[in-house]
Design a protein. Structure first.
Length: 415
């Protein structure tokens, strides 16, 4: 079969890898100049490793990703550190890594800390079969009921409001469960960066006589050149590429809201966060929702000895920040970076700024999402859809992209 795969992110490359291993003639179309989509990396002069444009790590239970890494010969190149997570609230940074941190969290009373630890433990052990029922309610109803209002207002509400903005109160509880269920204290990174894995996948596809065309957006006119097509870009783009979809199907896909990811990356001679990798900002007067210090996770020696820190945001597509230059965005963020680290006082050009926008990066799963979750099969004959709207109840991630890519390849092979 001649098969076109649209998108060279992890979903598209995984699908193409499996199909090419099964002797199918695969062509991957990627509109960008690089592999990787949302997980794509870049490398500056003087760096030994690539860095993802948006912060990335794997959990130690990301089986599909870790198996692929091993299968492609990178087992000995896996780094498995235990970087620190903290919460910024009321001008104070408090650790939030372990049950011990929950039980000593300074902004809660002792009974609240115990309650918090018990509810988190309950969510952690709840199996997926039972957790799916949680989609019938919203996190905004479930969390205050079981954690109590104070814990909800301090720990969870600011994160939901920061991440989901106007959709915060509608996100279903199964999404929150999945976030708690998945977390592992140790995280995994690949020496060299995610790009190394992506390149190895593309290399094998080519070895299996497939082709990977970068800088080549898939155009409608090419549809008849192929027996099957797998589309792995966001659903919104699918509805634009295939405008004559049945209205009910189009309405269903378009009813899933998406947020863009906007990340400002600072490359600095000094540390911004002392020793934390991940800092949740639980103060909604801040213009960003998290600070992620990559070089408190991976040694800065690989990046020209500079400290790399992201300031993270998820925003609706029409948010004014998505139209700003990196300098203007930095100007807005600067006084708040100073609140986190009063010693931070650098002015360009003593440090570098990078800004990355990830379009439609985060699907928002509302109540009873499983009823509208898209399927691989679409109303267009021989055209399959496989994207991050379909990995629910799990949240978007490269582990699920790899799993999804393999699954859609099986579906195409069966058909
Ligand atoms: C801020 C942020 C942090 C994240 N952190 C993590 C993390 O820590 N760990 C983790 O595992 N995951 C993380 N993720 C999620 C992960 O990056 C994504 O879930 C995953 O990369 C999605 O892969 P994909 O192939 O499904 O989609 P995408 O990566 O979106 O790939 C789709 C591809 O299709 C291409 N395309 C679109 N239109 C066309 C067209 N017409 N023709 C050809 N090509 C087209 C796009 O350019 C893109 O390359 C994060 C994402 C973001 C945004």
């Amino acid at each position: 079969m001649k098969i076109a795969v649209i998108g060279a992110g992890f979903t598209g490359l995984s699908a193409a890898l499996k199909l090419s291993r099964n002797n199918q003639k695969v062509t991957v179309f990627e509109k960008e100049r690089t592999l990787g989509g949302l997980a794509a990396g870049f490398k500056k002069k003087g760096w030994h490793w690539t860095l993802e444009k948006h912060y990335h790590h794997w959990f130690t239970n990301d089986q599909s990703a870790l198996s692929l890494i091993k299968e492609l010969g990178f087992q000995k190149d896996m780094l498995i550190p235990s970087p620190l997570t903290s919460v910024y609230f009321k001008k104070r940074i408090s650790p939030f890594n372990s049950p011990k941190d929950v039980l000593t969290f300074p902004h809660l009373t002792v009974p609240e800390r115990v309650r918090c630890a018990i509810v988190l433990a309950y969510l952690k052990i709840l199996p997926v079969t039972l957790a799916l029922n949680l989609e019938k309610t919203t996190a905004f109803k479930w969390l205050p009921k079981y954690f109590g209002n104070n814990i909800f207002n301090i720990l969870w509400k600011p994160l939901f409001e920061g991440k989901f903005g106007p959709f915060a109160s509608g996100v279903n509880m199964a999404w929150f469960w999945a976030r708690i269920k998945k977390r592992t204290p140790k995280l995994v990174y690949l020496k060299g960066g995610y790009q190394r894995l992506l390149e190895k996948m593309a290399e094998e596809i080519k070895k299996n006589k497939g082709s990977v065309k970068l800088n080549t957006p898939f155009k409608k006119e090419k549809i008849t050149d192929f027996d099957k097509i797998i589309f792995t870009a966001p659903s919104k783009i699918f509805t634009l590429l295939f405008p004559r979809l049945p209205p009910a199907y189009k309405k269903r896909l378009n009813s899933i809201p998406h947020l863009h990811a906007l990340n400002l990356l600072l490359e600095t001679p000094d540390k911004i966060l002392e020793n934390q990798y991940w800092l949740n900002i639980n103060d909604r007067s801040f213009p960003f929702i998290g600070v992620i210090a990559h070089t408190n996770f991976v040694d800065k020696i690989h990046y020209g000895n500079k400290h790399l820190t992201w300031f993270a945001n998820y925003l609706p597509p029409d948010h004014p920040y998505t139209k700003l230059t990196k300098e203007k965005l930095f100007k807005i963020y600067f006084p708040f970076i100073k609140k986190i680290n009063p010693r931070f006082n650098l002015q360009p050009p003593t440090f570098s700024l990078h800004m990355f926008l990830g379009p439609f990066a985060q699907p928002v799963v509302l109540q009873n999402y499983s009823k509208i979750k898209p399927d691989f099969k679409t109303p267009v004959k021989n055209v399959f859809l496989a994207n991050m709207d379909m990995v629910y109840p799990w949240d978007r991630g490269t582990n699920y992209a790899i799993e999804l890519g393999f699954q859609v390849a099986d579906e195409v092979l069966k058909s």
